[in-house]
Design a binder for this molecule. Structure first.
Ligand code: NAD
Length: 351
């Protein structure tokens, strides 16, 4: 069956979906609904059937799949209405503002026997796929800690994202992507605890900086950090294993791995004078004991998301972005907000 996609909310991200989903065989974008008449007109000018009411949009018999691409606070009601109309449902991230909201959405989809998924497209980011492949290939040995961060310096948050009532702020906006990547990567390990700090550095109402520290049942830790107003940037990924260290600077996957060839056999009994002062532990590894290796190559394409949804609707493949996975991410985000409010570590009990 080909996907006949109708988009709710024909704004910035919807335009991206329209251009990119249309490139995929078996996916046709056919219609859009928006509360803003200017955006309905824009959809019509881009070749879609434009609708000014939800009822008329959902009554369009050609649409078999709806993509909700509105501000976050109305995802729930629009996804539920779409599922009740018998349409498969794709929701933009963050799928909802709480686990309770998501549970209602998923139950409605199940009751109406339609597919439900979320556009967690950053599972297909090149930098993430490279990091994942390097670790899976054992290039770092056993990893014990990882840092995922996005630093930018623009700072000012635009439009609805700057207001709490619309589900704004960076934990909802970017945190949901970065936490989804970490939980997807760490599967099957469970989150044991969450500690978070959020700041409103230059945007008064919502978080424009956050740092979340997760611990897992295998003893590993992962730190996720987003700063919108950092005038210097740290690398996108920094991952440490007992045989190597990986860093990836950017979304294009520029970076490398430094691996140990052999441990320096003999440590000089004399303390070594280093730039950090007299120390043995921090003396640099002798050059001949380590090697710089290239990061693995990967094929990574956001549009693979649509192919997976198309084939999952037909029952040919397993759905990649599963409701239970996005539920775990929302639970971690709820714990992060709670940790920020209380200043305490929040213990997680995952089934
Ligand atoms: P936007 O403001 O550019 O567009 C939102 C559109 O929704 C507007 O045209 C607005 O008129 C319309 N709208 C608002 N309320 C509506 C309602 N009740 N019913 C119908 N239409 C309504 O926002 P955006 O940047 O396109 O973000 C939309 C969604 O996409 C958000 O959930 C955001 O988090 C997500 N997003 C995802 C990615 C990604 O990489 N996955 C990137 C950007 C945005």
């Amino acid at each position: 069956m080909s996907i006949k996609l109708g988009i709710i909310g024909y704004g910035g991200m919807a335009g991206w979906h329209h251009r990119n989903a249309s490139k995929i065989e078996g996916v046709d974008v056919v219609a859009a609904y928006d509360i803003d008449p200017k955006r309905v007109k824009a959809a019509e000018e881009a070749g879609l059937r434009g609708y000014a009411t939800l009822e008329a949009f959902l009554a369009d018999p050609e649409i078999n799949t709806v993509l909700v691409a509105t501000p976050n606070h109305v995802h729930k009601e629009l996804a539920i209405a779409s599922a009740k109309a018998g349409k498969n449902v794709i929701v933009e991230k963050p799928v909802a503002l709480s686990v309770a909201e998501l549970d209602e959405m998923v139950k409605t989809a199940q009751d109406n026997n339609v597919l439900f998924t979320v556009h967690q497209n950053r599972r297909w980011d090149k930098d993430f796929c490279i990091m994942r492949k390097a670790v899976e290939m054992g290039m770092l040995g056993d990893i014990y800690t990882m840092e995922s961060r996005v630093h930018g310096s623009g700072g000012v948050i635009y439009g609805w994202r700057a207001y709490k009532q619309y589900g704004g702020g960076m934990l909802y906006d970017w945190g949901v992507h970065l936490l989804d990547q970490i939980l997807f990567f760490m599967k099957p390990h469970k989150v044991k605890s969450v500690y978070a700090q959020l700041f409103s550095v230059i945007n008064p109402e919502v978080d424009d900086y956050f740092k979340v520290l997760l611990t897992f049942d295998n003893g590993m830790s992962a730190q996720v950090e987003v700063g919108t107003f950092c005038l210097k940037s740290l690398p996108r990924w920094f991952v440490c294993g007992n045989e190597g260290t990986l860093y990836i600077e950017d979304f294009q996957g520029k970076g490398g791995i430094t691996r140990i060839r052999r441990m320096a056999k003999e440590v000089e009994p004399e303390i070594v004078d280093t730039p950090s002062g007299p120390t043995r532990t921090f003396a640099p590894q002798p050059v001949e004991t380590k090697e710089d290796v290239e990061l693995p190559e990967v094929e990574a394409n956001w549009t693979d998301f649509y192919k997976n949804v198309r084939d999952a609707i037909d029952g040919k493949v397993e759905l990649i972005v599963k409701p239970e996975e996005v539920r775990r991410v929302l639970a971690v985000m709820e714990a992060a907000f709670k940790s920020h409010e209380t200043g305490k570590v929040v213990d997680m009990i995952e089934d």
